[in-house]
Design a protein around this ligand. Structure first.
Ligand SMILES: Nc1ncnc2c1ncn2[C@@H]1O[C@H](COP(=O)(O)OP(=O)(O)OP(=O)(O)O)[C@@H](O)[C@H]1O
Ligand SMILES: [Mg+2]
Length: 461
């Protein structure tokens, strides 16, 4: 049982409580119950809890509460220095976290600015110069702004690394170290993720002061609400298998993960050729294209979104029914994050993985990490060959419903959660695993464990 059964008991500012209630949060999730009181007390926290269990509010609400005594309506930028910095590994995630923060602070005079690459710097510069107590950023672009003196981090009281294990791997660590070096030594530091290897935990401790490790215990690293299936296929059959899964399982909104940008582009093209309403999201696309693809997918104008691991972490797509791994990820942690795009906030979800013989070792590594075998299922590929999944438009015509209504119907018809026990499942920390490289910073291939000691220089902070 949670120590805190509702949001009134934390002592959070009523404006924050009103905001979360307006968002439909009725009771805190376990990570929120455990982390919020600690963060409110000013402690450094390393928080591990399954995907989709509300880690964002777990760190954001108490930080916002702690900023409120200094909140003011002055027009002067000097009265709105950056006091909390939230770092995220991808632009889409930074955008989403900032969106959440804006909803949580809606009833307060606090300001939030979002800073990420791939888009014009100017609007961000203006927002920073006008002053914002909370900045949500990806590291590279934040460093650009710091270099141009568009903002200062000298008054930061709290810093959060969302997806902390990713932020501390080799792809990001140099930038993270440079940013942390610009913060006051006297500050609160928070790290949250669904996965923490032992190696990363040790590394993270170097950036934290007397941290409390909060783990919401769960036997499996992946959320329990995600049903996991494995399909063994030959390389040449992968696309046919994917088409058959889309067809036979009646899947509509599906996120399909591949390991490379080229593969991502190619598969999306192939799906379109086969009559599937698909688009792609990967690091070689312009930010505008990335945003359009994600938005189209969220809105339901795109049925299948093919993605690299740029979409694996943190993204919250309401009631996404299914994820398919077209490729088995190189790093087992990425599997946990990828499949965690479904089965969020207590909803049920389906995660299917296509694996060739060459991917056996990667599958074994995943099973070691999640401490259980993935159920092996079979596919009848002959039956589905040449057919394609019906599109919403066609189904809508068949049922006399609008395409939007058809999509809603599909969501409603999908298996519903038995109970929203996301929120009460215990969690067991993930076994040691390799840190993955950062898609936005480095190519996905050739992942290596983080070699971090040199970068840390042995010192604290
Ligand atoms: N107490 C709550 N009650 C109901 N819904 C909640 C609650 N807290 C968060 N949510 C919702 O649950 C969803 C998942 O939250 P969030 O994105 O913070 O998960 P997460 O733990 O950060 O997952 P990930 O590991 O994938 O980043 C969001 O839509 C969020 O608004
Ligand atoms: Mg998150």
């Amino acid at each position: 049982m949670s120590e805190y059964h509702d949001f009134d008991h934390f002592g959070l500012d009523p404006r924050i409580v009103a905001a979360v209630k307006a968002m439909g949060y009725t009771r805190p999730t376990p990570i929120q119950s455990k982390a919020i009181p600690l963060v409110l007390r000013g402690r450094d926290v390393m928080g591990a809890a399954q995907t989709g269990t509300g880690k964002t509010a777990g760190f954001a609400l108490p930080i916002i509460h702690r900023l409120l005594p200094q909140a003011n309506t002055s027009a002067s930028p000097a009265r709105h220095p950056v006091r909390a910095l939230i770092l995220a590994p991808t632009r889409e995630l930074a955008d989403q976290v900032a969106e959440n923060v804006r909803m949580y602070i809606a009833g307060t005079p606090l300001r939030c600015a979002t800073v990420y690459g791939g888009v014009d710097m100017e609007p961000q510069t203006q927002a920073l110069r006008q002053g914002a107590e909370i900045v949500v950023a990806t590291p590279g672009r934040l460093l650009d702004h710091l270099q141009q003196k568009n903002t200062s981090l000298s008054q930061v009281q709290a810093v959060v690394l969302d997806e902390a294990d990713r932020m501390l791997d080799m792809g990001f660590l140099p930038d993270i170290s440079r940013i942390l070096n610009q913060l006051p030594r006297e500050r609160q530091s928070l790290m949250f993720s669904a996965t923490f290897s032992e190696e990363i935990k040790k590394l993270a401790a170097n950036f934290l002061r007397d941290p409390v490790l909060v783990e919401v215990a769960q036997r499996n690293a992946a959320a329990d609400t995600v049903q996991q299936e494995l399909y063994r296929v030959h390389e040449s059959e992968k696309t046919a298998a994917l088409l058959e899964l889309l067809r036979s399982r009646g899947l509509r909104q599906v996120l399909v993960f591949v390991n490379t940008k080229i593969g991502c582009r190619r598969l999306a093209r192939e799906l379109v050729k086969n009559g599937v309403n698909a688009d792609a999201i990967h690091g070689d696309k312009s930010q505008d294209e990335r945003m359009k693809a994600l938005e189209g997918f969220k809105q339901g104008t795109i049925d299948v979104l093919v993605a690299t691991d740029v979409a694996a972490r943190g993204l919250d797509i309401a009631e996404l029914p299914a994820v398919i791994n077209y490729d088995v990820p190189y790093a087992p942690e990425d599997y946990v994050h990828r499949i965690g795009r479904t089965g969020r906030a207590g909803a049920s979800g389906l995660a299917m993985t296509l694996a060739t013989g060459a991917e056996d070792r990667a599958v074994a590594a995943i099973e070691r990490l999640i401490k259980r075998p993935i159920e092996v299922k079979t596919l009848d590929l002959k039956r589905g060959r040449g057919e394609r999944p019906p599109r919403f438009r066609e189904r809508a015509e068949a049922h006399g419903r609008s395409a939007a209504a058809e999509r809603r119907h599909a969501v409603a018809a999908a298996p519903r959660p038995t109970a929203d026990d996301i929120f009460s499942k215990p969690y067991e920390p993930a076994a040691a695993g390799k840190a993955a490289e950062a898609e936005e910073q480095a190519p996905a291939a050739g992942k290596k464990p983080a070699k971090v000691a040199a970068l840390l220089g042995g010192g604290k902070r």
